[in-house]
Design a protein around this ligand. Structure first.
Ligand SMILES: Nc1ncnc2c1ncn2[C@@H]1O[C@H](COP(=O)(O)OP(=O)(O)OP(=O)(O)O)[C@@H](O)[C@H]1O
Ligand SMILES: [Mg+2]
Length: 251
């Protein structure tokens, strides 16, 4: 279970408070969405979960399975099963991409005390994962190769997510990155990875993504805090009414 408790975050080298007491829990087996107006701190939350430099936690905590992750290095977080879709950003160029992916997977396996994967073993694993995630939208032959060689960033992100077998997935999806194809890749990937021992947080203000993913809960982030929590229907309400109600509060 992911527990974010009274999280206060400011920019490290500026006197600007972004998160002002954000509290939220994502139990295992659930997919939650965070929606909110531009500049409300959605990406900041994702960066803090990733351990990116430039942000300072001034109050509160983030617990993953009861353990604070805030003092952990990003690779320690990965070994604990935390995956952030933007953390390994790259367009995967063919074979080099697979080598990279194997390095990433093996780094995580090593931290977890598991054996490293050999190249043939890894290729088999890639194919299994790719098949599992039902992403053989191109020709049936060599689905994993197509997936990677296709070079689409989303596809490689979701493949990486499946490969690393995370137990906490955080995706920060901006509107601009999501055409219909990408939308389907992301939502199919998240849906395929739904499992009783995995928590997923999808950050977006793209309501249509949530039609496909169907989150268990939707949280509205504005003025540095969660202002409202509801079921999947809340995303539809926001699509109609916008965020005025919440930004009004902020003013
Ligand atoms: N590294 C940074 N340097 C300067 N300002 C920053 C930085 N990171 C975030 N901010 C500011 O903090 C606020 C929150 O930004 P953030 O990117 O987290 O919002 P967001 O909710 O993800 O917005 P969007 O919907 O546009 O993706 C904004 O006012 C932004 O300009
Ligand atoms: Mg953002």
């Amino acid at each position: 279970m992911l527990e974010i408790k009274n999280l206060h975050v400011k920019l490290a080298d500026e006197d600007k408070q972004i998160l002002k007491g954000l509290t939220l829990s994502v139990p295992k087996g659930e997919v939650h969405a965070i929606m909110g107006p531009n500049g409300s701190g959605k990406s900041t939350l994702a960066y803090v979960l990733a351990g990116r430099d430039g942000y300072e936690v001034t109050e509160g905590d983030v617990l993953w399975n009861g353990e604070s992750i805030l003092d952990m290095e990003p690779d320690e977080r990965a070994a604990k099963g935390v995956f952030l879709a933007f953390q390994y950003p790259m367009e995967i160029p063919g074979v080099a991409g697979l080598t990279f992916l194997r390095t990433a997977v093996n780094a995580v396996r090593k931290k977890r005390g598991q054996d490293e994967m050999t190249t043939p073993g890894f290729m088999k694993f890639v194919k299994e994962q790719a098949a599992k995630a039902q992403h053989r939208r191109r020709n049936a032959e060599a689905p994993s190769q197509c997936w990677v060689l296709g070079g689409e960033k989303k596809r490689s992100e979701i493949l990486q997510m499946a490969m690393l077998e995370p137990t906490l997935c955080v995706l920060d999806e901006t509107d601009s990155g999501l055409d219909i194809d990408a939308l389907k890749i992301v939502s199919d990937g998240v849906n395929a990875l739904r499992s009783p021992d995995r928590s997923t947080l999808v950050i977006t203000h793209y309501q249509r993504l949530l039609n496909h993913i169907v989150p268990d809960k939707v949280h509205v982030l504005a003025d540095g805090r969660i202002q409202k929590t509801g079921g999947k229907e809340l995303a539809l309400e926001l699509e109609k009414s916008g965020y005025a109600e919440f930004t009004g509060k902020a003013a």
